[in-house]
Design a binder for this molecule. Sequence first.
Ligand SMILES: *Cc1c(COP(=O)(O)O)cnc(C)c1O
Length: 362
Amino acid sequence: MISFYPGPSKTDDHLHEYVLEAHYSGILSANHRSPEFMKLYAKVVKMFKKRLKVPDDYLLVFTSSATECWEIIAQSLTTSGSYHFYNGAFGEKWFNYARKIRKNSIGYRYSPDVELTWQNLDLTGDRSVICLTQNETSNGTQVKNERISQLRDVYSEHLIAVDATSSLGGIYLDFAQADIWLASVQKCLSLPAGLGLMVLSPKAVERAREIGENDHYNSLNFILDNAEKFQTSYTPNVLDIFLLHRVLKNRKKIEKVQAVLEKRRTQLEKIIKKSARLKFLNGNKDTRSTTVFAIEATPEDVAFLKEKAEENNLKLGNGYGEWKENSFRIANFPAINASEWKKLKNFLVKYSRLLEEESPTT
Ligand SMILES: *Cc1c(COP(=O)(O)O)cnc(C)c1O
């Protein structure tokens, strides 16, 4: 069964080799304060920055999940609240977690088919954190680097936090344009779930130090103290950290990875355009995601396609949240190889035609 589920998603084709490598290297039994682990951490940081073009002065720290990162930001980088821009379920969830911790947090919902906009909003009350979801996995939309950079120009005093869970590792992200980037590894990084990460600007680190929050096992200051020594505050998912290094080492430059995913996106757009029964949930090409496609159809057509996909050993992703019944999702993640993508394309061409023949739309 080939999984096109957008997370957890298909893992890297070489994973079994890397797991064996980890096992035989002895790293899995090493203490997380040992020189072996510290060496691994340093190596991952170097490879991560090289492959994903992260500025040298940014820090990479590990957590357990993207969800944990949401809480860490509220807890350790805000004092009264944060501002949240969202157009789908993940961004909204983030807002809801944040306001449990800081009740003055404010959410701005915007439409999936328009570009992120902040006109007429007064975010000047507090030197706070502006939170946005770069790639909204629930509805297949994205915010472009240029847009984040414009936001940064307008709100230069604020920290900008970006959830890039379902795009980091798949497309080029201009890390310098925001202060906190968060993700977990079971999406574009093609790894088993159980590891989250944050990429932090010097300004974010400085703000954490200024606020000085130190009340929790996952307080950012505590994480930072340990990261400076290439250690973690608690015993981390060493296997995933090892695998992250190996997967990235074997990856092409991020521009090349992105070019492949974009080519697939164009191919899929052609297929959908030809179909009278399928359309993208997000009609605006400019805000449509490169790494997660959400395709809208009637609940009957969605059920039919999912069933036929299973028969063909393909697993389509369910719709999410309010789009559960009338959409399905396709992960366009780097782990999906050329022959798997071709199978999916052929499937969609064949069965979208079949849909039209069996019950033509009037
Ligand atoms: C999957 C996902 C998350 C949650 O990731 P976890 O590792 O399960 O916490 C958060 N944000 C986005 C955009 C996601 O796609």
